[in-house]
Design a protein around this ligand. Structure first.
Ligand code: UD1
Length: 430
């Protein structure tokens, strides 16, 4: 089993380049099969969830050519099956994007119900509501989401919650439906805009992405395109929090600073210095942080995917901070692990009350999910002594070479697979 072993206490210095956004790349890969022409996608992150989705796309017959680690060519004209099922696809959340893509293109699909990080109940009723409104028959049975429509028709769809997944899924199906679809209370996240831009590059007619009303006029078919995915705001935010907690001075490059505004604002409140450039942010921290309050919200609010990393920063900030989670109900599972490292956090309902401690102490911890796993790595970097983070397969779902990037900034971190490798690392750093 792979683990990260970290010797904490080294400030981070230098420059780190951020990759493409996983949560934009996943729906974009699904949307790429909606044309019979070849689509080229660049700035793809080389992470597990992406590779699982690419395998699923290949599994239904589409041609997938990995040009290099970050570039892929996809041709959907060879698709010979609209049923998507394999052992791995059930484990990723984004498998549901194949529903919108295949329903839009072929009028029918059957996709194994999605898994994803265990961060609370993750319903798909709004996806269902959208497809039903567009005239599809939808059935959820035997672990599959089955949708069929003779004529997929545009309609007015109000989303009770501004769900990212439902907005994108409905947008994809509507791109090839008959007539006009209006999504009200749509999600405004940067990746929603990126998917809309990509679909428009393929000839779709989508207006308003990034606002809460998206208007889509269905087109007959989509065509080839070349597209580069936006930078990952969560990967960037994770590095920013790592610098805040550990101390140091790092230039985080290949980012869109506007997408990072919520994280930037909160780190400024804790006392970090942040400089914004056109496509980079520089974070400076002396490791002496102040308390603050954070509430997760839909974009442009503070992202729920940054909540654990920010909580780790606040765990070593002076005073009592609060972190309120308003999107998912079970996103504090890392608190018990962080407690093993000396954190003083009490969770009451959806609020974590964090009494800052002077420092974390290294411990053996388990990554409970993707972002919480990254947060524990940050705690390990800031801790006194050695931390072992187990179950890092969760972290690898969404971070490319996290250990390599951190090591290039001066962190003492290594991925180990055996007890011998672990002991060798400990000997070397002690
Ligand atoms: C996506 C991201 C995830 C991120 C989340 C919020 C992917 C693969 N995952 O997840 O990393 O944490 O956005 O930014 O991109 N909801 C319903 N019914 C539905 C769908 C959602 O009630 O049909 C609720 C959810 O329970 C949650 C809220 O809406 O409370 C937001 O969920 P949503 O934006 O859909 O998250 P995901 O698309 O699952």
């Amino acid at each position: 089993m792979e683990q990260y072993v970290i010797k904490g206490g080294n400030p981070l210095y230098g420059e780190v380049e951020i990759g493409g956004a996983k949560n934009a790349a996943l729906p974009i890969l699904a949307a790429a099969i909606m044309t019979d022409e070849t689509v080229t996608i660049e700035n793809l992150p080389n992470v597990r969830d992406i590779n699982v989705l690419l395998q699923a796309i290949e599994g239904i017959g589409a041609r997938v050519e990995r040009v290099n680690d970050h570039k892929v060519k996809i041709n959907g004209s060879f698709i010979n099956d609209v049923k998507v099922d394999n052992e791995y696809i059930r484990k990723i959340r984004a498998s549901y994007y194949l529903i919108g893509a295949l329903l839009g293109k072929y009028g029918r699909t059957e996709v194994a119900l999605p898994g994803g990080c265990d961060i609370g109940s993750r319903p798909i009723d709004l996806h269902k509501k959208g497809f039903l409104a567009m005239g599809a028959n939808v059935e959820i049975a035997h672990g599959f989401f089955k949708a069929e429509a003779e004529h997929l028709m545009g309609n007015h769809i109000y989303l009770d919650k501004a769900s990212v997944g439902a907005t994108i899924n409905i947008m994809m199906a509507a791109a090839l439906a008959e007539g006009k679809t209006v999504i009200e209370n749509a999600a405004k996240e940067p990746h929603v805009v990126d998917v809309a831009n990509f679909l428009n590059c393929m000839g779709a007619n989508i207006r308003g992405a990034g606002t809460d009303v998206i208007r889509i006029v269905g087109v007959e078919k989509l065509h080839k395109a070349e597209y580069s995915i936006i930078p990952d705001q969560i990967e960037a935010g994770t590095f920013m929090c790592a610098v805040a907690a550990t101390g140091g001075d790092v230039m985080v490059t290949n980012v869109i600073p506007k997408h990072l505004e919520a994280t930037t604002a909160k780190l400024l409140e804790t006392g970090c210095e942040i400089e914004e450039f056109d496509d980079a942010v520089r974070v400076i921290s002396d490791g002496r942080l102040h308390r603050t309050q954070v509430t997760t919200l839909y974009y442009p609010g503070f992202p729920t995917d940054m909540q654990p990393q920010m909580a780790v920063v606040l765990g070593v900030a002076e005073g009592t901070s609060t972190v309120t989670e308003s999107i998912f109900e079970n996103r504090f599972k890392y608190v018990d692990e962080l407690t093993k490292m000396g954190a003083n956090i009490k969770v009451e309902s959806n609020i974590a009350i964090i009494s800052g401690v002077e420092k974390y102490t290294g411990a053996y911890v388990n990554a409970p999910d993707l972002r919480a796993g990254a947060a524990l790595v940050i705690a390990g970097l800031a801790a006194e002594g050695v931390t072992i983070v187990d179950d890092i397969q969760y972290i690898q779902r969404g971070y490319e070479d996290l250990e390599g990037k951190l090591a290039s900034l001066g962190a003492k971190i290594e991925k180990v697979t055996t007890e011998k490798e672990l002991q060798k690392f400990i000997l070397r750093v002690s």
